[in-house]
Design a protein around this ligand. Structure first.
Ligand code: DOR
Ligand code: ZN
Length: 432
């Protein structure tokens, strides 16, 4: 269906081309046809974007869509819809499903289901080890040959240093990326939160920032040894940021991510015993949060990723030590970054779009995403109102409601999402 959409008068923020000017964007047949001053062609749907920002569609390198296996918590359809509502046009789906995405058949199945839903591009992440068991390597070559770019045992670190070394070396041949969840298993065993003043007052078992730093250090050493591409997931500790900063200064090809919840909250929020603040890695101190913010500002941290982790109401509604870790994030990520970082001036809007779209698209090898917003490119776009205030509350497009941002007032709201030239979200409402 040849649909023509004209977005008029938007502030076009496009880190890939460096553009930050007011312009009209014409979309035709799934692609960007014209950018500049454009007269509405006959039959075009005109979207008045005066006062709104148009940017390349957001890209999440870290989401748990739970399908196959936990369709009661999320599906590719509901998670995809949550992504679109949050302005995302591409999402990497983590491998800790049931069955685990450790072979070509599961990857193929996730892709098929995602294509059927057709609300955003889904890039399945392959597991590093078979069954996420941390021992034998998964079928990395087979999956990489299908175009899988990211490999991760997210939820835990790869415990065997030798296995991780082999995976980094092997993945290198495919220019694939090993994405590590950095937590020393023996130090985090039984831990409910960050170890520090707050955990002492709450009397909860805790794990120190060193649990992350130790693994980040080991992984960086292995990346140096092998020349393999390493990506460090959801960093939470100031010390880890410093390690990445030094590795980058030494010229290593390492990338790092941070989540909106680690940028927004600290372990002080756990005094309410609200299980929505129970996440892995845990929320840490204000100093750690500030180090994450400056790491994002100076480019030590490349991307903001949601770690969207839906959990069933009855599971999160448990005693703190029984509840699984995780917060949903796809529907709030952009607003959280705008509210907590852009608005107070910690980062520019352009840096925010870079970290949420351009940089993650590059990391994923998602060539149709992340800009530039130029004629001929696939029309994957988000249009948002940077000043609209809203309170985070159900209903969510996600099947789950375990949001750490529940009750927060955020500024910035997605108005339209265009996925391959189709309005999948229009006026803040999902269209499919
Ligand atoms: O909070 C988290 N939840 N962190 C992880 O690493 C895994 C995730 C999940 O799968 O629920
Ligand atoms: Zn993780």
């Amino acid at each position: 269906m040849p649909e023509r959409i004209l977005i008029t008068g938007a502030r076009v923020v496009d880190p890939a081309s460096g553009r930050d000017t007011s312009a009209d964007v014409l979309v035709e047949g799934g692609r960007i046809a014209e950018v500049g001053s454009v007269a509405a062609p006959r039959g075009a749907t005109v979207l008045d974007a005066d006062g709104l920002v148009a940017a390349p569609g957001l890209v999440d390198v870290h989401a748990h869509l739970r399908e196959p296996g936990r369709e009661d918590e999320e599906t590719i359809e509901t998670g995809g819809r949550a992504a679109a509502m949050g302005g995302y046009t591409a999402v990497a789906a983590m491998a800790n499903t049931d069955p685990v995405a450790d072979n070509a058949a599961v990857i193929e199945e996730v892709r098929t289901r995602a294509a059927r839903v057709g609300i955003c591009d889904v890039f399945p992440v392959g597991a590093i080890t078979r069954g996420l068991a941390g021992e034998e390597m998964a079928a990395i070559g087979e999956m990489a040959e299908m175009g899988v770019r990211l490999f991760s045992d997210d939820g835990r670190s790869v415990p065997s240093t030798r296995t991780l070394r082999n995976a980094l070396s092997y993945a290198r041949a495919f220019d694939a990326v090993i994405a590590e969840h950095c937590e020393d298993a023996s130090l985090v065993e039984g831990a409910q939160m960050h170890e520090g003043y707050a955990s002492f007052t709450l009397g909860l078992a805790a794990s120190p920032a060193e649990a992350e730093e130790i693994v980040a250090f080991r992984d960086l050493a292995l990346a140096r040894l092998t020349g393999g591409r390493l990506h460090l997931c959801h960093l939470s500790a100031a010390g880890s940021i410093e390690l990445v900063r030094r590795a980058k200064a030494a010229g290593m090809r390492v990338t790092a991510e941070v989540t909106p919840h680690h940028l927004a909250f600290t372990d002080d929020h756990l005094t309410s015993y609200d299980t929505n603040f129970k996440v892995n890695p845990p929320l840490r101190t204000a100093e750690d949060r500030d180090a994450l913010r400056s790491g994002l500002a100076d480019g030590t941290i490349d991307v903001v990723a949601t770690d969207h982790a839906p959990h069933a109401v009855e599971e999160k509604d448990a005693e703190f030590d029984q509840a699984p870790p995780g917060t949903i994030g796809l529907e709030t990520a952009l607003a959280a970054v705008l509210t907590d970082l852009v608005e107070p001036g910690a980062i520019t809007l352009r840096r925010a779009i870079d970290a949420m779209s351009t940089a993650p698209a590059r990391l994923l090898g998602a060539q149709d995403h992340g800009g530039p917003i130029e004629p001929g490119r696939a029309a994957n776009l988000v249009v948002f109102d940077p000043s609209a205030e809203w309170v985070v509350e159900p209903p969510f497009a996600s099947k789950s409601r375990n949001s750490a941002f529940l009750g927060s007032t955020l500024r910035g709201r997605v108005v339209h999402t265009l996925y391959r030239g189709q309005l999948v979200v229009a006026d803040g409402k999902a269209q499919r």
